[in-house]
Design a protein around this ligand. Structure first.
Ligand code: SAM
Length: 242
């Protein structure tokens, strides 16, 4: 069952207030690491799974990509993407990742930024990515880190309103987590790092990099994200089709 939380008006409004929504990728803590591990995009055919406001699609256009396709389940997110991406340069499609299809070997690079923890069947996404990518094509994705998603509360442990530590529990109990995000109940899926890597290897990828980005000192100062240096929040994987 696909969850279309981003079309919920209250959730969409709260998401719009996040720094990455108002300021774009320069206010996304993981962006510099994500960008540094992307292959050259010039002249390439790009697919963005769960494009949201379309920031990554716009970046691909600026890098001279030949074709950029962004898909998303949320009409509201896509309407924002239509506003923010260069006219006609990005093909935006209202479609769930689970339902998307295109010709075999039609893309050079597939991105997915902070989306796959909303998708129940990770292996089938990797199978599709492997089908859609040309040989030696690259899949680059970020997800919430398994250390972050393991506990349903997805919050710090506090004593007297003071953060004590990040609780890690049920790490090996994979699957659905009912959690709170932006004041709403949201379903996410927790998997171990081993599951990510094994699923990629089984679907015909080799792992090019696995990263646990920390916001830079400059970002920490600018955004006040001091606690973000205490535990990993994101995992970024780059995998190449064999
Ligand atoms: C956290 S936002 C990330 C947006 C964008 N990738 C970025 O990094 O700015 C998650 C996006 O994934 C989309 N999404 C969630 N589940 C999806 C699914 N099953 N198929 C397509 N899009 C999905 C949401 O609608 C939302 O736009």
């Amino acid at each position: 069952m696909k969850q279309n939380k981003y079309d919920d008006p209250a959730f969409f409004k709260a998401y719009a207030k996040m720094p990455r929504s108002s300021d774009g990728l320069k206010s996304a803590g993981e962006w510099e690491v994500f960008r540094a591990h992307l292959p050259k995009l010039f002249g390439k055919k790009i697919l963005d799974l769960g494009c949201g406001y379309g920031w990554h699609c716009q970046y691909a256009v600026e890098q001279g990509a030949d074709t950029v396709v962004g898909i998303d389940l949320s009409e509201k997110m896509l309407s924002k993407a239509r506003e923010l991406t260069g006219k006609g340069k990005v093909i935006l499609e209202h479609c769930a990742i689970e339902d998307f299809d295109a010709d075999e070997e039609s893309f050079d690079v597939i991105f997915s930024s902070l989306v796959l923890h909303y998708v129940a069947d990770l292996s089938s996404v990797f199978r599709k990515a492997s089908k859609l990518l040309k040989s030696k094509g690259v899949l680059c994705y970020s997800v919430e880190h398994p250390v972050f998603t393991s506990n349903s509360s997805q919050d710090w442990h506090y004593e007297n309103d003071k953060i004590q530590h990040w609780p890690l529990d049920n790490y090996f109990h994979e699957g659905k987590r009912k959690t709170k995000f932006l004041g709403s109940e949201v379903i996410k899926y927790h998997r171990t790092i081993e599951t990510h890597i094994s699923a990629l290897l089984s679907e015909g990828f080799e792992i090019s990099s696995l990263l646990e980005p920390k916001p830079s000192d400059e970002m920490v100062k600018k955004m006040g994200w001091y606690d973000e240096q205490r535990r990993p929040m994101m995992l970024i994987v780059t995998a190449t089709k064999r």
